[in-house]
Design a protein around this ligand. Structure first.
Ligand code: SF4
Length: 499
């Protein structure tokens, strides 16, 4: 998963703060900071300045705050910018694989994306064999960029950028690529583009803000999550629809068209784990969904309490994503809520670190237990998901070392038994603890006295959407995913892991 943002506004004559030559880059930077949870491997910003007729870019490995400083932001000129925060699910840690990327034909086109192409391997072969195009990176964004440029070029009618030609190019991109993705882009001398996969697997939202000195004129922002739009002081206009192509020109006119309509399948994991609690997608608040997930989990736990199977003294979250659900569990069970694990906020999320070794080290470092809240207690520990089991096992062992009696692990997501090919970094089912295991075997592995999962129906009810991607739970992939196993295998070998 990654975070993307795009901003565009008209050229202003005045010298106000909102009209510095690098305002777009600065807004992209500030917006990216709110998307840091979506990827911590690398970050980049690309701008275009019409007066210089050129792109400006800055990208590097590391956190956003480490990649950017006042000097390099001030060098990113122009009234439109796209930004990216990377969590590598294809490609490598090589600097050449970082986003945004640019191509010079048929116009200057810059792009960044969030998500994954399942068929990236056969498409890179086709580009080579049929179109005689050698990819320069191993990042699947280059495939989208190349195909968009190729289809645009074939349909091109005139020198200037044409919205209808671009719609046709995106439609053809949808026909060849298989995956879940949200894309933002810049077209030199023309404007900002954005499009989202036809199933809406990955989120993308549109916001706008009236320009103080020019009432009735707007700046626009497109982002993976509404948290960035709100943070920048833009109003949320709407989600970009699945299969929709949007073009915002330099005069601030918004052109949009749904070029491919399909049954939607937004990723349930955005609500369960990935998105910021402040965000809203498809009209459904992440925070509310997490409260509801807690309520559903409480129903399952209540039954076990009534049957005398578990007897928790406290409900405790695994910080931070699970906190909202844990508060809700405690409230619905009438059991005390306690924080027994304090997270060091300066250490990255362990799940999105890209090797098993890095993940294990991170778990050791990031949680500090509070003995007085743990010792002698039966704990209903609440977590948002159990992926590889690594985190759960270590946390349970830590709690037991600090004197916990019985630990019942409540999980606000059903068992994950199938790989994700759409941008969450568990492409291979072999690495999932629940794959091929019964619930009591998982319990035994992580050394919990009991493990309580919600089920698929609970999840749908909690989020409030019935058409969701839940392929990692039930194996029903919303796209044909014919090359899923090939994708998983190559990802494994790239990470040099024998999972
Ligand atoms: S497979 Fe799971 S994690 Fe991947 S997109 Fe679907 S619901 Fe999300």
């Amino acid at each position: 998963m990654c975070g993307v943002i795009g901003v565009i506004g008209p050229h202003l004559e005045n010298n106000s703060e909102e009209n510095t030559p690098f305002w777009a880059a600065y807004e992209a930077y500030r917006g990216l900071l709110t998307l840091q949870h979506r990827g911590q491997d690398a970050a980049g910003i690309l701008t275009y300045d019409k007066s210089y007729r050129r792109f400006f870019k800055e990208k590097n490995l590391g956190l956003i705050a480490n990649v950017f400083n006042q000097k390099n932001i001030e060098s990113l000129l122009g009234n439109m910018a796209i930004g990216h925060t990377r969590y590598a699910t294809t490609g490598s840690d090589d600097k050449g694989d970082l986003q945004p990327m640019v191509t010079g034909s048929p116009f200057g086109i810059g792009m960044a994306h969030n998500g994954n192409l399942v068929n990236c391997h056969s498409l890179s072969e086709s580009l080579k064999e049929e179109h005689h195009y050698q990819l320069l990176t191993s990042n699947d964004l280059e495939i989208i960029l190349r195909y968009f440029a190729h289809f645009y070029h074939i349909g091109k009618k005139e020198k200037a950028f044409n919205f209808e030609v671009a719609c046709n190019a995106v439609k053809k991109v949808y026909e060849v690529v298989d995956g879940g993705y949200g894309v933002v882009g810049l077209i030199a001398d023309a404007g900002l583009i954005a499009f989202r996969d036809p199933k809406g697997i990955r989120p993308l939202s549109l916001g706008r803000k009236e320009i103080e000195s020019k009432p009735g004129q707007y700046k626009y922002c497109v982002s993976s999550e509404t948290v960035a739009i709100n943070f920048l002081g833009y109003e949320i206009v709407r989600d970009i629809e699945p299969g929709e192509f949007i073009f915002i020109d330099l005069e601030g006119r918004v052109h949009s068209k749904v070029v491919k309509e399909e049954k939607i399948a937004p990723c349930m994991f955005e609500w369960v784990y990935f998105s910021g609690a402040e965000s809203t997608m498809h009209g459904k608040s992440v925070y509310t969904a997490r409260l509801n997930l807690g309520k559903q989990l409480a129903k399952k736990a209540k039954k076990l309490i009534d049957d005398g199977v578990i007897k928790p003294d406290v409900v405790m979250p695994v910080p931070d994503t699970s906190r909202t659900a844990a508060i809700s569990v405690a409230q619905h069970l009438g059991v005390d809520y306690r924080e027994g694990l304090i997270k060091n906020r300066y250490i990255h999320r362990s799940f999105i670190l890209n090797t098993q070794e890095k993940r294990e080290k991170a778990i050791e470092l990031k949680l500090s237990p509070i003995r007085s809240e743990i010792e002698g207690k039966n704990i209903l520990l609440v977590d948002d998901s159990v992926v590889r089991g690594t985190t759960s096992k270590k946390i349970i062992s830590l709690l037991k070392r600090y004197g916990a009696k019985d630990i019942f692990l409540g999980v606000t997501c059903p068992p994950l038994r199938y790989g994700c090919y759409y941008g969450v970094d568990f492409p291979s089912k072999q690495e999932l603890i629940a794959n091929g295991k019964k619930v009591d075997e998982i319990s035994k592995y992580i050394n919990a006295e009991n493990i309580i999962y919600i089920d698929e129906q609970d999840l749908k009810e909690a989020i409030g959407i019935s058409d969701l991607c839940m392929a990692c739970v039930n194996g029903k992939y919303p796209t044909n995913a014919l090359e899923g196993e090939k994708f998983a295998k190559s990802r494994r070998s790239l990470r040099n892991e024998n999972l």
